[in-house]
Design a protein around this ligand. Structure first.
Ligand code: FMN
Length: 300
């Protein structure tokens, strides 16, 4: 089954340009940026502008927007498209309290009327692909992924990613894949399945269980970008991929962000290695990128 379309899930603070490109080089399908706050982007916030940066080799690339105000979202989408985004994805899954308090992220799931206005406004603004990423619903009493998916399709949304946990479940419990299957059965647009895929075997199992067109992997790719190779990877190949990732971080991220990213990703790369529990605090205490790399490779 070579045709398995495996994608990297958007993860705030993680899936920036260097990590996305490393995953692409390992075989990941179409990429999505981490969530970008539409209002902050429109207001010209520097940090947000950094999130919207990408490398040309990443394309085709979707930029994911977080917001609730249709006009602000539309303006942000126009700017991202003018900057080269190939697709605009709307975040309807973020569970963070201060985000949902503003009606954004997963809060859009519990307000189909507001969601419909956002879909219509964004559809008019976006000239390329327009996609959404949803949850199973807000909570157990409002499992409305199918309703939202149908509504989105009728408003011209071109693909739907489903992370089937509800907002109340956050990231706990098993991801109920049957919700993905229900959305697949309800719409004609491609559905991307997501949730608890930790291996290529899991991805095949998700396609078999749900009929989804592609599979998105989030936490299962942390420290394991070679999961997208779909085959065994030697120790030497892993070392080359990690070195490439470090070089991309150094070359493309502002200095302070680069240090944080090196620490995070090298900690994930060391997971499961003998001595990794002792290495982690030392990695996080390091003061310079050179020190972080030295600590990591000395234990490799
Ligand atoms: C650290 C972290 C950050 C995340 N940030 C985003 C985000 O910015 N946008 C989004 O749509 N989902 C985000 N998610 C959710 C993931 O995309 C994905 O739906 C979820 O982790 C379930 O997939 P998994 O079991 O493969 O990890 C995030 C998840 C994690 C763990």
């Amino acid at each position: 089954m070579d045709s398995l379309d495996l994608r990297l899930a958007p993860m705030a603070g993680v899936t920036n340009a260097p990590f996305r490109l490393v995953c692409r080089e390992c075989g990941a399908g179409p990429l999505t940026s981490e969530e970008i706050d539409a209002r902050a982007l429109v207001l010209g916030n520097d940090k947000t502008a950094t999130l919207a940066r990408y490398l040309p080799e990443e394309r085709p690339l979707a930029m994911q927007l977080l917001g609730a105000d249709p006009d602000v979202l539309a303006e942000a989408a126009r700017r991202l498209e003018a900057g080269g985004a190939d697709a605009i994805d709307l975040n309807m899954g973020c569970p963070v309290p201060k985000i949902v308090a503003k009606g954004q992220g997963a809060a859009l799931m519990r307000d189909p009327l507001a969601a419909a206005v956002v879909f219509r406004t964004l559809r008019k603004a976006v000239s390329g692909r327009f996609t959404i990423k949803i949850r199973g619903g807000w909570d157990e009493r409002t499992l409305n992924a199918v309703e939202i998916a149908r509504l989105a399709e009728s408003e011209g949304v071109e693909a739907i990613t489903v992370h089937p946990r509800t907002r109340s479940q956050q990231f706990t419990g098993r991801a109920p894949w049957e919700v993905i299957a229900a959305v697949v059965a309800a719409v004609r647009v491609p559905v991307v399945g997501n949730g608890d895929v930790r291996s290529v075997d899991d991805a095949h199992a998700m396609v078999a269980a749900t009929g989804c067109a592609a599979v998105m992997i989030g936490r299962g790719a942390l420290g394991v970008p070679w999961i997208f190779r779909g085959a065994a990877v030697s120790r030497a190949e892993r070392a080359a991929i990690i070195a490439r990732h470090c070089a991309l971080i150094d070359a493309h991220l502002p200095e302070r962000l680069a240090l944080v990213q090196l620490k995070k990703h090298l900690a994930w790369y060391s997971t499961g290695r003998p001595g990794s529990a002792a290495l982690r605090p030392r990695l996080f205490a390091a003061a310079t990128p050179a020190e972080v790399r030295e600590l990591f490779w000395s234990g490799w």
